[in-house]
Design a protein around this ligand. Structure first.
Ligand SMILES: [Cu+2]
Length: 147
């Protein structure tokens, strides 16, 4: 009897304490303080199963996963210009993404899933164009330091 009770309690605790998937919002903006063409925030830490929703608050932006900037086996997601977009992340690792028209102007950002930095070196090796080069370096430094 006692064993059965423990078994039932075990099942119940699994049922009532699932880890809930969350949705996070990232703004796509023309201007934020002194910076132009920017995602806010530029670095976001989430758990696998979570979703990011990008809000097209200013027009002219999109989300394109950067080539070689995602964990192995993940397809390169690309959204339409001028539209909100969303993606559910299921594979742990770092995801680099950029805005197609503003990549050279530094419109890049990173998602880190499950605090997994195993593809860090590969993401750091990407040839980021124009202003993205300096910004990528700064953001990757922050990611490396866990901030
Ligand atoms: Cu843009």
């Amino acid at each position: 009897m006692k064993k059965i009770t423990l078994y039932v309690l075990g099942i119940l605790s699994l049922l009532i304490s699932p880890t809930f998937a969350e949705t996070f919002e990232v703004q796509m903006l023309n201007k934020l303080e002194k910076e132009r063409m920017i995602y806010n925030p530029r670095i976001i830490y989430i758990n696998s199963g979570d979703t990011i929703k990008w809000l097209s608050e200013d027009k002219g932006h999109n989300v394109a996963f950067t080539k070689k900037g995602v964990p192995a086996g993940v397809d390169l997601f690309k959204s339409n210009l001028n539209q909100d977009a969303e993606f559910t992340f299921t594979v742990p690792g770092i995801y680099a993404y950029n805005c197609t028209p503003h990549y050279g102007l530094g419109m890049i950002a990173f998602v880190i899933v499950d605090k997994d930095l195993s593809n860090f070196d590969q993401v750091a090796k990407i040839k980021y164009p124009g202003k993205s080069k300096k910004i990528a370096k700064e953001l990757l430094e922050q990611i490396k330091n866990g901030s």
